[in-house]
Design a protein around this ligand. Sequence first.
Ligand code: GH3
Ligand code: MG
Ligand code: MG
Length: 300
Amino acid sequence: MRTTLEKLGYQVEIACDGGQAWSALQAPGAANLAILDWLMPGVTGPDICRKLRGRKNGPYVYVILLTAMDKLNDLVQGIEAGADDYITKPFNSQELKARLRAGRRILDLQHELLAAQTELEIRATHDGLTGLWNHGAIIERLAGELDRATREKTPVGVILFDLDHFKQVNDTYGHIVGDQVLRESAHRINAVVRPYDLVGRYGGEEFLTVAPRCNLRSAAEIAERVRKALSATPVVTPAGQLLVTVSAGVSAATVENMRVASALIDDADRALYRAKELGRNRVECDGKVTSLTAARTASE
Ligand code: GH3
Ligand code: MG
Ligand code: MG
């Protein structure tokens, strides 16, 4: 069988008994089509089918059971155990070839289906323009982080960013340039936050960052890094170099003051409003104001 399969262009891995077959099928990069003898020492073919179908994750493995002609009556049991097809012994290579082709067709379809599902999941949770989490997804992530923070007794920081005078960019240079500025802003935010911080597009030119394990001050420091990353270098567009600034409002849930997502966002929004009122291109915090603004003036 190995020779026949190799002639057909398949990469073949041989297992000497059921136990070995089961280990091989669990290994990373394992085969996705298995031809299993019904009776094997230790673990039988149908046993492996049941184990495979009982897995919570892992790729789909297409299973062909090998069975002797006189065991054909047992087939129902094999199919019920999770086998996809069967071949009777001694096998005929033409038949094997045809059955393998059918198996590949199913596996290809399965692969396409999974790819389409992944694509749909990404589209449902991500913003098309910037690639960031979308409005619904970032709020859901924030709620998830708050649940975890409550269990683990850690803080969570929330930062709401809003580009300054962004309407002017659109009005002066057009929406295409505006879109480019939004993409570049998203890129710069992502570049300065920590890998496990979450960044979403909350609205048109508003971004929401969730900073797990950050108290008000640490979150404000992240916001300040983002503010600097934007104001330090103009965005290069076909319309020329545009200096873009951002204002930020920061809030934090702490062990002593745990809040739900909407309350945290409201608090960050109020701080953001103050940042706008106080002249934009600045970070304001909900509650005790840190000395970040002073630090900023000193370093610039
Ligand atoms: P402020 O400093 O007070 O925030 O001023 P602003 O001009 O940024 O505020 P405003 O909320 O008035 O304007 C936001 C603008 O963002 C209005 C809208 O045209 C623009 N906008 C929202 N979504 C998009 C988008 O997807 N693409 C582009 N190009 N512009 C967008
Ligand atoms: Mg806005
Ligand atoms: Mg704005």
